[in-house]
Design a protein. Sequence first.
Length: 435
Amino acid sequence: MTASSTATLSFSDGSPSIEFPVLKGTVGPDVVDIKTLYGKTGKFTYDPGFMSTAACRSAITYIDGDKGELLYRGYPIEQIATNCDYLETCYLLLNGEMPNAAQKDAFVSNVSHHTMVHEQMQFFLRGFRRDAHPMAILTGMVGALSAFYHDTLDINNAEHRHIAAIRLIAKMPTLVSMAYKYSAGQPMIYPKNDLSYTANFMRMMFATPCEEYQVNDVLVRALDRIFILHADHEQNASTSTVRLCGSSGTNPYAAIAAGVACLWGPAHGGANEAALSMLLDIQKNGGVEKIGEFITAVKDKNSNVRLMGFGHRVYKNYDPRAKLMRETCYEVLGELGLQNDPLFKLAMELEKIALSDEYFVSRKLYPNVDFYSGIVQRALGIPTSLFTAIFALARTVGWIAQLNEMLADPDQKIGRPRQLFTGATARDVMPLHQR
Ligand code: ACO
């Protein structure tokens, strides 16, 4: 990070102009370093939603929204999704480099041997109603982990941070499957450490004590790819939540629980569920024949209808993850003999029409990862209410990598945004009888 030039801020009220350094990253927009602004002028900046604010420096994930490019540690997502598995991706995000064979074996073994959760967690789980939303359960259970691992709560200790990272990555599939089994009224299936990370998760989800789960490599690979595509996405809302929460010095389990809570929102992790519901709705109301009518409603500003799974704050081009997800959709439906799946056909037709429609073209609205991931998860047998929990499982590594990067940064401070105050100025409290 180098200062490449300066920016001058001038005021129309006669206050003197000030210069700020302009910082250059390795790639991406330059950043005006305004951290001395308040000290020099007594003024803050105002930027709700962080539309123009880089809240940190990071070397993990890079997105070029105009090109439709996503890089983890410099590697294009397309290459990672076709050449690596999820645990290699986790290693890369956490450590900055791809593992060699020995490093991968050691990492896989380490994660595999931390998959069990403390047996007391069962009692904690049973405190929830059976119809609790999986994200409510997950938020509570991830936070509860901090009560079981007193030995790794010192976030200033790099060894503690490492073991907490391994534990969280290893235990998340166990927690998600526990939440699912609990809602289905089935007994929990314990992890089996000789299976791959994703095969183990699918077995914990779909096996019962009466029937073993038959691992299918194509389906395991599909879910593994969903994990890879959701592993990190730079400074999104949940990641920024984890960073802000962690900046107070809280333990990693508490910070990740905050990320889970943030992800739950429909504007963030809940969109794949919404995209699938939209497709099911169109199908119920006439299917492909009704796409024209639906698109007309989407374009009508008074209708409040959006084409879910389309558009993105950062991508103003085809989301690279959506292309990979569409490919996976073909593979999964082919494997399951569902090539003629009406939902998939509907999605493809909808995509074709939207991509050639002036409304979507002029606004640069393209399919995002959620457009196809719901169809894939549904075909895999994952219930819709669990989609966001699957996203949380996959994103856990990104949250930890970002948290650990922040904690290791010598410039790190507790996050403390300021405000533009618009409330009442100082006034006196009147006694109750005079109000
Ligand atoms: N359908 C119809 N019109 C849309 C859509 C859509 N999906 N997305 C954006 N637009 C239109 C807006 O109405 C607006 O039009 P206008 O300029 O005529 O007023 C224009 O495109 C810009 O839209 P904004 O809402 O300002 O764009 P923003 O960057 O704030 O929103 C968002 C991005 C929230 C993702 C939006 O595109 C959307 O709601 N998409 C559908 C939900 C979705 O798929 N979310 C998943 C995101 S990916 C993820 O979280 C993994």
